[in-house]
Design a protein. Structure first.
Length: 189
């Protein structure tokens, strides 16, 4: 396997905040075209419906966003080899609208969760334009909503994986900051 590859498949979530459009890419295990939106082979070697998997993750992620944000689409891509160009396989419409009641600033913010895979490589999940009340690095004492995200990404019943092809296993930390690229894009000082 090529290092940092999105092989054999990955999902691109399209979401929007009150300020702009964003994409989030998450690697997965093997995808198989089938009935409905197709299936992924989970870590228990059992087929799981692709739409169930992406909708479940979107439902956990929406809790981190204000009601001005929503997840609209998830597109599944596959790669024939680690070096091959990705091929879009299916798009799944989503209707996950943010539910956070946090009144902290969310404009041009970045929330980065760092995990470790079973092969001891890092996997990062980045959420843009989420309310952030502290810029302290957090290594324990996560909220129940954050623990729900961690659980769904590490559960063997789903097919999420790190870019090294291994299952996501351990949560390391959460860091929050202002995103300089978004500050320029949103024309902030």
């Amino acid at each position: 396997m090529a290092e940092h590859s999105l092989y054999p498949a990955f999902v691109v979530f399209d979401y929007q905040s009150a300020y702009g459009f964003h994409k989030m890419t998450i690697p997965t295990r093997e995808y198989v075209v089938g009935s409905g939106a197709g299936e992924f082979l989970n870590w228990n070697e059992v087929a799981v419906a692709a739409d169930d998997m992406v909708e479940a993750l979107a439902a956990k992620l929406k809790v981190m966003y204000k009601d001005t944000a929503n997840f609209a689409l998830a597109t599944v891509y596959t790669k024939e080899t680690p070096e091959a160009l990705p091929l879009p396989r299916v798009s799944i419409e989503l209707t996950a609208v943010g539910t956070s009641t946090d009144t902290s600033s969310d404009k041009a913010t970045q929330r980065t969760y760092t995990f470790r895979s079973l092969d001891f490589n890092h996997f990062k999940l980045v959420l843009l334009d989420t309310p952030i009340s502290s810029f302290e690095r957090v290594v324990s004492g996560f909220s129940s909503a954050e623990n729900d995200i961690f659980t769904i990404l590490t559960l063997e019943d789903w097919a999420w994986q790190a870019r090294d092809g291994a299952r996501i296993e351990t949560t390391i930390s959460l860091t929050c900051c202002l995103n300089k690229r978004l500050r320029r894009e949103y024309r902030m000082a």
